[in-house]
Write a protein of this length. Structure first.
Lengths: 274, 283
């Protein structure tokens, strides 16, 4: 086969590309004297200035992604999620990334993108939220107790570290993340709490004797599912939700000396097999 | 549901790692050396090995032969187009026109290329395909059967335009980069292994039946699997594949006036959404 050559000629395909992009989200109406300046901005038909004056940030956030303003109940559910997950906490790897960037004098404008990239991962990050939302869609019509029993019998527990038996549910440092239960208790009391939160609560209850339960990603996924967000929005929404806390911790370190975070000494940084 | 558990959780796995990091990669022993997989960076690597040899070492733990490192470098050149119409490059250009830092621009360009459609993000699927294809061939399947099985997996797409990762490409048919890399492969003295050999058979089948051919990604993953790299290693090695082209696009945009790259008038975006409506009062 060594005589083979990729012989196909390089030719442009006859794809037809649009002359201009389109959007259903946002309308910019040009001013009369400058076609580049928007005189009016409308979000799904609503004038942005009217929204500024009449609606909350949470309402407009929902509107951006869902195309309609939320009911007050839906707005309340989303707002409580936004508060509950506003900060992954200073030990979280995404926050640690922000703090490391801050203390090592990375540009202020880089702190949030750095942290959000870490917050996008498949473990307790945005990618897990997306998968958890798909899991809710697939599983919500199954009996949570039957499914949990089946999973516990068939899915192999990893030999070390935590076990996410399905996206959004599992162990945290070997046990149940009990704080997530507190959040879920608040959320399930709300009128807009829906089938995903309800199903997830029953599912988590079936897992608790195995030291497994709700994870933060599962809680976010359940709320976003109940609010009608598509799974593809899950990763980014999770990043948006945690962005304030990540940035705050990163910025806090920018005024500290580089010694304000640990730098392992030789006794605690062990180079093996060299 | 209770938020408290009655027993003490076994946290020994985490306790053992708290404040302690064990590495098999290496590190800096201050005043002595910087070690990298047993090599002293400054004594054994700097000035003796190429950047791509050390890249392979860092990713895999194995120091690559120089010809393989040179092959990798050539493949990176192939992805270094200074053309801002390419999606990842356009992101770099947009960062340039907004006066972002080069690090931000190149980082986001690389992120953009972590795509299911092209470049580094498509490597996993490309490598999975050719690895499975060789296994299927060993199990007795013909090239036609291998191709059809893959196309059936993606039956939602038209069979008239085969969607097999590593074959065909956006915008154009054929791939000039494959021709260039074939020359490099030969010059550097590499033999064609079983994965690249099958990749070529599939290429011939697709050319004859669909007028589509192997692309840069398909060529590279087949070559790399033949060189004993696993899927995970390939994905990591090529993760920054596009960085040089993004640099070019960023630099040009950064050196020009802000927002001078393809400025858009309001009516250059077609609005297709809801017509103007009043904001309802909160009930």
């Amino acid at each position: 086969m060594d005589s083979h050559k990729a012989t196909t000629q390089v030719e442009k395909r006859d794809d037809t590309f649009v002359e201009r992009s389109s959007t259903r989200i946002w309308q910019e109406v040009a001013s009369e004297d400058n076609p580049y300046i928007a005189e009016h901005n409308r979000c799904h038909g609503y004038d942005l200035i009217d929204l500024v004056q009449k609606r909350s940030f949470v309402d407009v956030l929902y509107l951006l992604f869902r195309g309609e303003l939320p009911t007050s109940e839906q707005s309340q559910l989303l707002e409580q999620l936004l508060i509950a997950q506003i900060n992954p906490g200073p030990r979280h790897p995404a926050t640690q990334a922000a703090m490391n960037a801050g203390v090592s004098r990375a540009s202020y404008s880089h702190i949030l993108p750095i942290a959000l990239s870490v917050q996008g991962g498949e473990h307790l990050g945005g990618s897990e939220v997306e998968k958890a939302m798909r899991y809710f869609q697939q599983s919500i019509n199954q009996q949570p107790n039957v499914l949990a029993k089946q999973l516990l019998e068939t899915v192999q527990r990893p030999s070390e570290a935590d076990w996410h038996i399905v996206p959004g549910f599992g162990s945290r440092y070997g046990g149940i993340d009990t704080f997530q239960n507190k959040i879920v208790s608040c959320l399930t009391e709300l009128t807009a709490s829906g089938p995903a939160l309800n199903w997830g609560s029953q599912f988590a209850e079936q897992l608790q004797h195995h030291d497994l339960g709700w994870l933060s990603t599962g809680v976010a996924a359940a709320v976003l599912t109940d609010l009608g967000f598509p799974p593809r929005a899950g990763a980014g929404m999770f990043q948006i939700i945690s962005a304030p806390g990540l940035l705050a911790h990163g910025l806090e370190m920018t005024t500290q000396p580089v010694t304000a975070m640990p730098f392992l000494d030789e006794d605690h940084y062990v180079i093996e097999n060299q | 549901m209770s938020s408290k558990t009655n027993k003490q959780t076994d946290t020994s796995y985490w306790d053992e790692r708290r404040g302690l990091f064990r590495t098999s990669k290496g590190g800096w022993i201050i005043g002595e050396a910087v070690y990298n997989h047993g090599y002293s960076m400054m004594d054994d690597l700097v000035g003796h090995k190429t950047f791509f040899q050390v890249l392979v070492l860092n990713v895999t733990g194995r120091l690559a032969e120089k010809n393989l490192a040179d092959w990798l470098e050539a493949s990176f050149i192939c992805l270094s187009w200074p053309d801002p119409r390419i999606w990842c490059n356009k992101v770099g250009t947009l960062a340039g026109t907004m006066q972002c830092s080069p690090a931000a621009a190149v980082s986001v360009g690389i992120l953009a290329a972590d795509s299911r459609m092209y470049a580094s993000g498509a490597l996993v699927a490309g490598a999975e395909f050719i690895i499975e294809a060789v296994e299927k061939k060993k199990a007795g399947l013909s090239v036609e059967e291998i191709v059809n099985a893959e196309l059936e997996k993606k039956a939602k797409r038209s069979a008239a335009k085969p969607v097999i990762m590593g074959y065909a490409r956006p915008i154009a048919t054929g791939d000039e980069r494959v021709i260039a890399m074939e020359r490099v492969t030969k010059t550097l003295g590499f033999e064609i292994g079983e994965h690249l050999s099958l990749a070529y058979e599939i290429d011939s089948y697709l050319q004859n039946n669909y007028k589509e051919s192997i692309n840069m990604l398909g060529y590279c993953v087949a070559f790399m699997v033949d060189q004993a790299f696993c899927n995970k290693e390939i994905t990591r090695l090529f993760s920054t594949w596009v960085n040089s082209g993004v640099h070019a696009c960023y630099a040009e945009a950064r050196d020009r006036a802000p927002e001078s790259f393809l400025p858009l008038r309001c009516d250059d975006i077609e609005y297709q959404g809801k017509i103007e409506r009043p904001v309802p009062n909160i009930t």
